[in-house]
Ligand binder design. Structure first.
Ligand SMILES: [Zn+2]
Length: 292
């Protein structure tokens, strides 16, 4: 038994430290031990440190550089935690990071959150996706302009409702929304009013929602157009998209042969939502399909 474990440890370590870990290979090593009457949990206990490091690398690689974290990524992680018999106390924090990566991925794909109703009056075609309290600051030549208030991200604009002052900025005018050390978002716009730093909670998430809304407003989310299946789009979504695009093709302005196009394709997880749909005429839609 001692000899079996001693053979297992270096093999398992190499496997856990390698770039292409294979669940099956570890399973077969464990099966060999089982055949030699060595309990699996006893063997895994011997490589617990390496197993933990392996999982931490898995999580880091999954969430680096705005990688897509899919449900599949999380399922693979969970299966490996079970295989390696990693205690919850160790894996929970890693799972939280993966879940967060998944949430950011979903936002980037156009699955936006919905903010609860508030007292701020919105335009009739406007839906609120995010409502947080914040502290606004902008460096002026001689002083800092500072203001506390509420920040709202709606389908059409960024709204700041401060105590005594406020502004709105259409997403078309917003060049970038960046997270600054997770304490603030930095809004860069083509107009000065509203440009600056908004200190708030969870800046990375807020910035991701803002960037997605700005890209959607400018139709910059690229993707292969879906096969047209308007039956899958609910009527109230169709009419909201039609109203917003004024019944014209977003590319050429044509008014006939219009189709509902998913900006981020459904095959890539794109939502069937007002923000992720646009009107295209059949000709532009086909051309978009050829191009990609
Ligand atoms: Zn067109």
């Amino acid at each position: 038994m001692r000899g079996d474990i001693e053979r297992f440890i270096p093999l398992a370590r190499a496997l856990l430290g390698g770039a292409d870990f294979d669940d099956g290979q570890l399973r077969s090593l464990l099966a060999d031990l089982q055949a030699a009457d060595v309990p699996q949990s006893y063997a895994l206990e011997a490589v617990r440190t390496e197993a933990g490091a392996h999982l931490r690398r898995f999580v880091t690689a999954a969430i680096v550089d705005d990688n897509d974290v899919t449900r599949g990524t999380i399922d693979t992680f969970r299966a490996r935690v079970a295989l390696l018999e990693i205690p919850d106390a160790v894996s929970t924090e890693m799972l939280v990071r993966l879940e967060r990566g998944h949430r950011l991925t979903e936002v980037r794909r156009g699955h936006l959150p919905t903010a609860p109703p508030s007292e701020v009056i919105l335009d009739s075609d406007e839906r609120c996706h995010l409502h947080v309290s914040c502290h606004y600051e902008r460096q002026l030549t001689r002083r800092v302009s500072a203001l506390a208030g509420d920040l709202l991200f709606t389908s059409t604009k960024l709204r700041f409702v401060g105590y005594g002052d406020g502004w709105e900025l259409s997403w078309h005018k917003i060049l970038n929304v960046d997270a600054d050390a997770d304490r603030a978002i930095e809004v860069v716009a083509t107009q000065r009013r509203g440009t600056g730093r908004y200190y708030l909670h969870d800046a990375e998430y807020v910035a991701t929602v803002g960037r997605t809304l700005a890209r959607m407003a400018k139709r910059q989310l690229v993707g292969r157009p879906d096969t047209i299946d308007t039956a899958a789009v609910p009527q109230h979504v169709k009419s909201a998209v039609y109203q917003r695009d004024s019944g014209r093709c977003c590319e050429c302005g044509a008014r006939s042969y219009l189709e509902f196009d998913h900006v981020i394709p459904r095959s890539k997880g794109g939502a069937t939502s007002v923000n992720n749909l646009q009107l295209l005429c059949r000709r532009c839609n086909l051309r978009k399909g050829d191009r990609l």
